[in-house]
Design a protein around this ligand. Structure first.
Ligand code: MN
Length: 202
């Protein structure tokens, strides 16, 4: 079975004013759709056809540029849509909150660490919060469409929160003001989904 572009779990304009509708429409309908189609093309006729995206990424030949870029792009964006929500009024709680406090000392310090990872990624890439076996969490960033599941990227663990810092994710509304976009992201985080992913992968 070929991979399919997942439907957005909310309307294109649902994340306004933090992320504008036109950006969401192009990002989902063009960019994510493109990664999905190109992933299917890269897999067609190979032994990996039918594998889960997680297994494909964990066992990835990093020299396979088509699979690396498009498999990463497919997975990263699917996670990105799910960890955002227009009603981000629920705050972090439970075991995830405890893990964040244990690692960063405070939620404010976590936000600073995550924002720094997003702001200092030169060029295109992603900032991540990952969970490791045993429940520890960490922040890192990756270039391009790489992600922490891929071998040797230096993050480790399973990503449970990701922020796209490619210019296509923010340029229409924020132009070169990436820090403003990163700050706005914290207003639309779906902490319930992040907590669910923490529990499932700890
Ligand atoms: Mn993107």
């Amino acid at each position: 079975m070929a991979f399919e572009l997942p439907a957005l779990p909310y309307a294109y304009d649902a994340l306004e004013p933090y992320i504008d509708a036109r950006t969401m429409e192009i990002h989902h309908g063009k960019h994510h759709a493109g990664y999905t189609n190109n992933l299917n093309n890269a897999l067609a006729g190979t032994a990996l056809e039918g594998s889960s995206i997680e297994d494909i990424l964990k066992g990835l030949d990093m020299n396979n540029a088509a699979l690396r870029n498009n498999g990463g792009g497919f997975y990263n964006h699917a996670l990105f849509w799910e960890v955002m929500h227009p009603e981000s009024n629920e705050s972090v709680s439970g075991a995830l909150q405890e893990a964040l406090l244990a690692e960063f000392g405070s939620l404010a310090s976590f936000k600073i660490a995550f924002s720094k990872a997003a702001a200092t990624r030169f060029g295109s890439g992603w900032a991540w919060l990952c969970v490791h076996k045993g429940g520890k969490v960490s922040v890192c960033s990756t270039p391009n469409q790489d992600n922490p599941l891929m071998p040797g990227v230096g993050c480790g663990g399973t990503p449970i929160l990701g922020l796209d810092v490619w210019e296509h994710a923010y340029y229409l509304h924020y132009q070169n003001r990436r820090p403003d976009y990163v700050n706005a992201f914290f207003s639309v985080i779906n902490w319930g989904e992040v907590e669910r992913r923490y529990q499932a992968n700890r």
